[in-house]
Design a protein around this ligand. Structure first.
Ligand SMILES: [Zn+2]
Ligand SMILES: [Zn+2]
Length: 740
């Protein structure tokens, strides 16, 4: 295998040059030429172009009329709007791009919150596996460094089996004890182990145990990293320990008011590789990459995208030697969850997805690794402190290596753990990347530099492509934006701007600089070694789940209902697209319900009457089926023609982009449809009116990024939040079952 990979080195050099220039500029045309044929350069698509408008179906059948060579170009970023924020801080001009070695030095950081963020990064960089603050027991650490080379004993006696079932099947220690007592009433002589003992048995069998850290009782911070030595919360001043117990024991009993659990990834990976079935499944990535490189010996480019490994970023990481044959490749995913229906308490969960497994395996419930549970009652005020233990463990593994007994190979392998992607929804992404929110001037988390427009007295920016008529808003006076010339995100640019923001001399300059750079603070993920991750902004995934199944349905329905805000002097009575109201809406809802009988059972949960259930039972999956499945049929004749045509372009683009297998032809058609949709949307709904800028939600901008995301990291579905949402759903169901 190693030899084969070496033999392909010369090919890889060619491949990289080709793929990278593909993303940058002309080569995409080379790839797309077989699809586009002689239509290249015929005429340019513009908003409402008669050759394309109303002809969305033409694209799906292979036509791409009206495409010009500029339509699929990307610029190298020469005029990137984020290029010159240093003008605000002249002293930063001499920082070489990418040189951040001195960034974490205390004397260059002047603001408290930035210094805290930098401290987390710095401490992460110094992580070691035997650091006691990591919280691993001596036994767990020994097992991690000396992996078991045998499987757990399969012959478990009936009593042990019963207690393990009981341990897994009951939601709490109290319930376990209740059932435990009940069984002993019935079978007096049974030697049934205690909750603690069975917990230890499970840890012994799997080699997996959680590490526990203290946290603020109001969920503000965790006592980790730079907060480790505090004894009260720096945000709300709540004490770390139970004050009654502390005082009555003269300071001896330190009982934390609240704790949270982290499950280190290393032992979980070791456990997976000890199972013959899982271990052989985990060879997928290595085998596929090998075959992909073989295929590329006979072809100029890939015909289709089926996985993240088909994207240029991962191919580049393999080529650069950042990922080797035996390495582990992970995706990180985080979200807030409402696990208790009746309790107003949110918690946060993060998971790891093992990209070494095939796409048909890695997203399954039993293949997903839970990283940590961060309990409520509130959202964390410093999420870095909660991520710290899990990332500290990861960084230590990256430095010291992870020894794995691979039962499929019957040998021990020394793996490096590569973190490819980090995913979250919009608000979550802001927390973990340290970038500004979506409604900021540079709100794009893919860091393309897109600048938003805002209304005259509005604080929120919206990613409008067209400058409104009679527009005179300070700091937004740029001309129309051509999404075909989307600048390329750059690691160097991001770090240069991060340096500028982080070293702001005072609050006033900091505010000006984060507005101009789109960066609020260093991300804790900056503490990972550059060779062990794609690195920001490249490691940010596009979240097609929230985009297609929640954000876009929310926007389109709020328009068709007429519930979207109306800014004076605009007048709702002039909105001729607000058709889903009154009887029409009720009749439409019934039509949706009636479609039930025509849907295959494999479509999972079918949409109900949307007029009755939109606020109660419509979740992501139902919105997806409704908007991109039933909608084109049921809204025909209801939506006025030009809005219907515009909507059909969205449907086409999302249907193609949402596939598990995206061909080059699909990609081209989807991109054309989505670009045309986004441009035409501004034409038909906003009509260049300043009062309608707020119609252009951030999701409109995310849509036109999808082409580049496929080229970069494969089909968006492979790095979506569906996996985490499903995990949260599974956990929620189990809690509800237990509480019944
Ligand atoms: Zn607090
Ligand atoms: Zn962008």
């Amino acid at each position: 295998m190693q030899a084969n990979l070496l033999r392909t080195i010369h090919l890889l050099a060619l491949l990289q040059a080709q793929l990278y220039s593909l993303v940058q500029c002309w080569e995409i045309l080379h790839i797309l030429t077989p699809v586009l044929g002689d239509n290249l350069g015929s005429s340019k698509i513009i908003s409402g172009d008669p050759q394309y408008s109303g002809n969305a179906q033409a694209a799906s059948s292979g036509g791409a009329e009206g495409l010009c060579t500029n339509d699929l170009q990307f610029q190298g970023g020469a005029d990137h709007p984020l290029d010159n924020p240093a003008s605000l801080n002249p002293s930063s001009l001499d920082i070489p791009p990418g040189d951040i070695e001195d960034l974490w030095l205390q004397d260059t950081i002047h603001l408290g919150d930035l210094q805290t963020a930098a401290d987390f990064v710095k401490e992460l960089q110094g992580a070691t596996l035997d650091d006691p603050s990591l919280g691993m027991s001596d036994k767990a650490l020994y097992c991690l460094q000396n992996p078991l080379c045998n499987q757990p004993p399969t012959a478990i006696d009936n009593v042990t089996r019963l207690t393990i079932d009981l341990y897994i099947g009951t939601p709490s220690e109290a319930t376990y004890k209740t059932v435990h007592r009940a069984i002993l009433h019935f079978l007096l002589d049974l030697q049934l182990p205690s909750y603690y003992k069975v917990k230890c048995s499970v840890a012994d069998l799997t080699g997996v145990e959680s590490v526990v850290h203290d946290m603020c009782i109001k969920s503000c911070i965790a006592y980790t990293g730079p907060f480790l030595d505090l004894d009260s919360c720096p945000k709300c001043s709540e004490p770390q320990y139970n004050q009654f117990r502390l005082q009555t024991s003269s300071g001896q009993e330190k009982i934390p008011c609240q704790e949270f659990h982290t499950i280190p990834i290393g032992p979980q990976l070791q456990a997976l590789y000890r199972s013959p079935e899982s271990a052989s499944c985990a060879h997928y990535l290595c085998n596929k990459v090998y075959h992909m490189f073989e295929d590329l010996e006979h072809a100029d480019c890939l015909d289709e995208y089926l996985d993240v490994l088909h994207g240029t970023d991962l191919i580049g990481a393999f080529q650069d030697g950042c990922i080797r044959e035996d390495d582990i490749v992970l995706m990180f995913s985080i979200d807030g969850a409402q696990l208790y229906a009746k309790k107003v308490s949110s918690c946060w969960i993060y998971i790891w997805v093992l990209l070494n497994l095939s796409p048909t395996e890695r997203y399954k419930k039993h293949r997903v690794f839970v990283g940590s549970f961060i309990p409520g009652p509130n959202n964390p005020k410093n999420i870095d402190s909660f991520l710290f233990p899990g990332l500290q463990h990861l960084v230590a593994l990256q430095k010291e290596g992870l020894r794995i007994w691979d039962v499929a190979l019957q040998c021990e392998v020394d793996s490096k753990v590569f973190l490819a992607l980090i995913t979250a929804d919009g608000p979550g992404m802001m927390h973990i990347t340290g970038m500004v929110g979506y409604h900021s001037k540079h709100g794009c988390h893919l860091y393309c530099g897109m600048q938003g427009h805002r209304e005259q007295h509005g604080k929120h920016y919206f990613p409008a492509l067209l400058k409104p008529l009679d527009y005179d808003v300070e700091d937004c006076m740029y001309n129309d934006i051509n999404m075909r010339h989307l600048p390329i995100p750059s690691y160097e640019k991001y770090h240069k701007n991060l340096h500028i923001v982080t070293t702001s001399p005072n609050q006033r300059q900091y505010c000006a600089q984060h507005l101009e750079t789109g960066i609020l603070k260093p991300s804790i993920f900056s503490g990972l070694d550059r060779s062990a991750t794609l690195g920001l902004p490249h490691s940010v995934g596009s979240d097609i789940m929230h985009l297609a199944a929640l954000n876009l349905p929310n926007l389109m329905l709020s328009l068709w209902h007429g519930t979207i805000d109306c800014t004076r002097p605009d007048d709702r009575s002039t909105w001729d697209w607000t058709v889903l109201q009154g009887n029409v809406w009720q009749t439409h809802g019934q039509a949706v319900a009636s479609a039930l009988h025509y849907l295959p059972t494999s479509f999972d949960c079918p949409p109900r009457n949307i007029a009755d259930k939109i606020t109660s039972s419509y979740k992501a999956w139902k919105f997806l089926l409704y908007l991109y499945g039933l909608g084109p049929g049921l809204l025909y004749g209801i939506l006025p023609q030009r809005y219907f045509t515009n909507y059909c372009k969205l449907v086409l683009g999302i249907q193609l982009m949402n596939q598990h297998r995206i061909t080059q032809e699909n990609l081209c058609n989807a991109h054309l449809a989505l670009l045309s949709f986004a441009e035409e949307f501004e034409d038909v709904y906003c009509q260049c009116m300043q009062t309608r800028i707020h119609f252009i939600h951030p999701c409109m901008h995310s849509l036109v990024h999808l082409l580049r995301e496929v080229l970069r990291i494969g089909p968006p579905i492979c790095s979506s939040q569906w996996t985490l949402e499903r995990t949260i759903g599974n956990l929620g169901k189990e809690i509800k079952q237990h509480s019944c």
